[in-house]
Design a protein around this ligand. Structure first.
Ligand SMILES: *[C@@H]1O[C@H](CO)[C@@H](O)[C@H](O)[C@H]1NC(C)=O
Ligand SMILES: *[C@@H]1O[C@H](CO)[C@@H](O)[C@H](O)[C@H]1NC(C)=O
Ligand SMILES: *[C@@H]1O[C@H](CO)[C@@H](O)[C@H](O)[C@H]1NC(C)=O
Ligand SMILES: *[C@@H]1O[C@H](CO)[C@@H](O)[C@H](O)[C@H]1NC(C)=O
Ligand SMILES: *[C@@H]1O[C@H](CO)[C@@H](O)[C@H](O)[C@H]1NC(C)=O
Ligand SMILES: *[C@@H]1O[C@H](CO)[C@@H](O)[C@H](O)[C@H]1NC(C)=O
Ligand SMILES: *[C@@H]1O[C@H](CO)[C@@H](O)[C@H](O)[C@H]1NC(C)=O
Length: 329
């Protein structure tokens, strides 16, 4: 016994030793590209460690592949960078993760050279000042499982081609200036898509019926100008667990909605939803409910979590009554 513990300890010590720097030699082409990127970003203070006196695998904001020394991650989280996204970014062909975040002086459009990054699995361009459209060429990055373009100044319509991303698990386009409809094609997203955030835009029209085919667990459409029905997301066998639909113009009969068993978060405030609260709500482990500012009527079903929420979750409807609101007359 003692001996095997000794051997295991040796193995653990061995595994926790830093990998020899030899195996991490930065690839020369990547290094040249990084120098070009640094120059295009106007030599920001943030990238001061990018100097040819050290191996580029040791520079800040980067990660190299352990054996090949190719750059696989470029992540700039914040900083004073006044520039556009350098087109040279497309010349880091082994990049898997690209992130520019909290760079309010990063302006301009998303460059088409990113389509060369075919290994990209995660793309985050968020809290920057990017403008122009969301380019349809992003759909060429078929290995993406995470796409976050939130908190920018992107405008125009959502390109229907995004639904061609077969591995996409999370799509966040919230907090932009997007207009037009939610594309019909979004119903053809693969079952991998679990989270869809489109909030804080200027989207209009009805939610396409095709979205009934989505297998999402979280959907955030709040603060747009969307109309019509949300019934495509509901039904006993549906996957939705959290629905953020506040501050739109949704209008449908809530009495008829059947919530799936794992559903636990419903924000419908400031819409035009009518009918009454279905009794089945009392059977859910709700962690959040807000149906205020709608046109609901009738008695709030008693039981489950429904009386655990404040009055404010129910106020400003046509004629809701019963605890936590005053009794029905
Ligand atoms: C390092 O960079 C400096 C300035 O850009 C250049 O003059 C020098 O030749 C480079 N050295 C190597 C070894 O590449
Ligand atoms: C953005 O650029 C402006 C003008 O050059 C500058 O005043 C400001 O400090 C910059 N902001 C950040 C966060 O870098
Ligand atoms: C950002 O950089 C610009 C120009 O280099 C400079 O004028 C400004 O003071 C900097 N802002 C911050 C917040 O560091
Ligand atoms: C974003 O860019 C626009 C124009 O490109 C500019 O007017 C605005 O001041 C920028 N906003 C920030 C927060 O840098
Ligand atoms: C978006 O652009 C407008 C005008 O071009 C600018 O006033 C605003 O600050 C920008 N928003 C962000 C988040 O940079
Ligand atoms: C739910 O799924 C079960 C099994 O897949 C199926 O038999 C049933 O008809 C479905 N119910 C509804 C309401 O779609
Ligand atoms: C909503 O649906 C319920 C159940 O089908 C029905 O009884 C009720 O009249 C409907 N309410 C409105 C306002 O259409």
């Amino acid at each position: 016994m003692k001996k095997s513990i000794f051997i295991i300890t040796i193995i653990i010590i061995f595994l926790s030793l830093p990998t020899p720097s030899l195996s991490q030699h930065c690839n020369k082409d990547d290094e040249n590209t990084l120098f070009q990127i640094k120059k295009s970003l106007n030599n920001p203070y943030h990238l001061a460690s990018w100097q040819n006196t050290s191996d580029c695998c040791s520079w800040y904001c980067l990660k190299c592949h352990k054996t090949t020394g190719r750059i696989i991650e470029l992540t700039i989280f914040s900083g004073n960078i006044s520039a556009q996204i350098p087109p040279e970014i497309g010349n880091l062909p082994y990049l898997q993760t690209l992130l520019f975040r909290k760079l309010t002086n990063l302006t301009g459009q998303i460059p088409s050279t990113i389509t060369k990054l075919t290994h990209l699995t995660s793309l985050t361009l968020s809290w920057t000042n990017l403008s122009g459209p969301i380019p349809s060429f992003i759909s060429k990055l078929t290995n993406l499982n995470y796409l976050d373009l939130s908190f920018n100044n992107l405008s125009g319509q959502i390109p229907p081609e995004l639904a061609k991303l077969p591995k996409l698990g999370e799509l966040d386009l919230s907090r932009n200036k997007l207009t037009g409809n939610i594309p019909n094609s979004f119903g053809t997203f693969s079952g991998n898509l679990k989270t869809l955030y489109l909030s804080h835009n200027q989207l209009t029209g009805n939610v396409p019926k095709s979205l009934a085919f989505l297998k999402c667990t979280t959907i955030d459409f709040s603060r747009n100008r969307l109309t019509g029905d949300l019934s495509m997301f509901f039904g006993r066998n549906k996957t939705i667990e959290m629905g953020y639909f506040a501050k739109n113009i949704f209008s449908f009969n809530l009495s008829k909605v059947v919530f799936p068993a794992r559903f636990n978060y419903l924000d419908l405030n400031h819409n035009k939803v009518y009918g009454s609260l279905p009794v089945s709500l009392t059977g859910l482990s709700l962690q959040f409910l807000d149906v205020s500012y709608n046109s609901l009527c009738g008695k709030i079903p008693q039981g489950g979590k429904l009386q655990k929420f404040e009055k404010t979750s129910y106020l400003h409807n046509r004629c809701l009554c019963g605890s936590p609101l005053p009794p029905c007359s």
